[in-house]
Design a protein around this ligand. Structure first.
Ligand code: MRU
Length: 363
């Protein structure tokens, strides 16, 4: 795909980790199985939309922007494999695929954003009365989503990096890096950009129980590039911020609404509270595709996952009484009064959030 090839060529220095690869010849998606990191770098490859849906559900691919782009390619892969020659039947089968992908994970807004964009491209192309045209439109839109994701991350990095000064230590939670996107990352993209600009910055990574995205993925990404990083357990963030060991917090987001309420990995809210108390800025880095046009925090769906993720460490070591009841909320919602600003590809968004988030979303 020329658009993607050009992008990877132009930013080859910045895009060293490639978590998603679209094979336009075989219409297959290849993805880095993030469950196995940092021990093993294993890529999976498939053109079967059910397999791609499983990769999202089981978190081989995770992180809001990566989930959205993967789902877009799931629709594209399926569109090339639906066999009927009847347009009505074709659209109905494609819609079933859309529904399967939509039901993989409930919180990341990028999933719905991406699927709706690709579906709309199919609807528009349907008017031409040719299934081949629909397939081309669907695949092109999926590719556009990946291009948009990467370019947004780099632009966000440019804007966000302006708020980082030489010598700063940034605390981050979960993984909002290259492997949570199509490349470069959001929160880690900002940190990377500042580092490439020559700023001497360092990072403190929360381990992020229960699935350890911080310890496994954030640390691995930064270590690979030589960016100084220290790992802490989640329950250390309060102390670290109050002792002044971190100067600012930057996290990613799964869903932000116009009020500024921000759904992100469980534990983010506690970090935001600690940052407020310690008087440190708390930034959320996100592409505007993560923003949902609503003022209703009650509409944010919080995913609840398998209780064994809490009872065991990485699915193996049981650390409590077998079958003990648990809560396993995968995300929490940070209220806007704890957020200093949003770093987006269209600039930094300060309060008042309702009008300013709406403006960047609609521009
Ligand atoms: O459950 P996950 O690993 O998909 O959760 C990911 C996060 O919470 C990230 O911080 C968020 O998606 C932003 S990724 C750029």
């Amino acid at each position: 795909m020329p658009a993607l090839d050009n992008l990877f060529h132009k930013y080859s220095e910045l895009l060293k980790i490639k978590p998603l690869i679209w094979h336009s010849d075989t219409k297959e998606l290849e993805w880095l199985d993030t469950r196995l990191l940092p021990k093993k770098e294993v890529y999976r490859r498939s053109g079967d939309y059910m397999r791609i849906a499983t990769a999202i559900k089981d978190m081989e691919v995770r992180g809001a922007p990566a989930i959205g782009v993967t789902a877009g390619f799931g629709l594209a892969a399926a569109s090339h494999r639906i066999e009927t020659t009847n347009i009505k039947e074709f659209m109905s089968e494609l819609h079933e695929v859309y529904e399967v992908l939509r039901n993989t994970r409930p919180t990341a807004y990028n999933l719905f954003y991406a699927l709706d964009k690709v579906w709309k491209a199919a609807e528009n192309a349907k008017e031409k009365g040719d299934i081949g045209e629909i397939r081309v439109a669907v695949e092109n839109e999926a590719v556009n989503l990946m291009v948009e994701d990467i370019t947004s991350n780099i632009e966000m990095g440019k804007y966000g990096s302006k708020l980082l000064e030489d010598g700063m230590t940034i605390l981050t939670h979960c993984n909002a890096g290259a492997v949570a996107t199509s490349g470069f990352g959001t929160a880690l993209g900002v940190i990377r950009y500042a580092w490439y600009e020559g700023k001497e910055i360092s990072v403190i990574a929360d381990e992020t129980r229960p699935l350890l995205q911080g310890a496994r993925l954030t640390v691995w990404e930064l270590w690979k590039e030589g960016i100084p990083v220290k790992l802490i357990t989640d329950n250390m963030a309060g102390l670290v911020l109050s002792k002044g060991l971190a100067d600012a917090v930057i996290v990613g987001a799964d869903r932000v609404i116009y009020t500024g309420h921000t759904a992100n990995k469980i534990g983010t809210y506690m970090v935001a509270l600690s940052a407020k108390r310690a008087g440190k800025p708390f930034y959320v880095a996100l592409p505007t595709s993560t923003i949902q046009a609503t003022m209703d925090p009650g509409s944010i769906v919080i995913e609840e996952r398998n209780p064994d993720e809490v009872r065991k460490v990485m699915g193996e070591l049981l650390i409590t009484v077998e079958d003990i009841p648990v809560y396993n909320f995968a995300f929490d919602v940070t209220p806007p009064d704890l957020i200093t600003a949003f770093m987006t590809e269209k600039g930094i968004v300060y309060p008042p959030f309702p009008e300013n988030l709406k403006r960047v979303k609609e521009s």
